[in-house]
Design a protein around this ligand. Structure first.
Ligand code: FES
Length: 83
């Protein structure tokens, strides 16, 4: 059964509620954030986000719940581009 009422805690501290299978881009928009994109086919990694510590490519992933129905999202940083 499709889980609803999944809480997402975003990097800007906004909290939104989504259903399993929703897409990450709409969910981020609702929270006032924009996930960067590139290829939209899963190969470039521009849309990578961390969901509870696990890297997810937003363009090829639906929202999946966990036992707690709470997901904490961080935007990934590429250590290669940091100082
Ligand atoms: S936009 Fe390129 S992997 Fe998602």
């Amino acid at each position: 059964m499709r889980k609803t009422n999944i809480k997402i805690i975003w990097p800007n501290n906004n909290e939104t509620f989504v259903s399993e299978g929703d897409d990450w881009f709409s969910a981020a928009k609702e929270a006032g954030l924009e996930i960067p994109t590139g290829c939209l086919t899963g190969s470039c990694g521009a849309c990578e986000i961390d969901v509870n510590g696990e890297t997810v490519r937003a363009c090829i992933s639906d929202i999946k719940s966990n036992k707690e129905s709470t997901l904490k999202v961080c935007l990934t940083t590429d250590p290669f581009w940091e100082n």
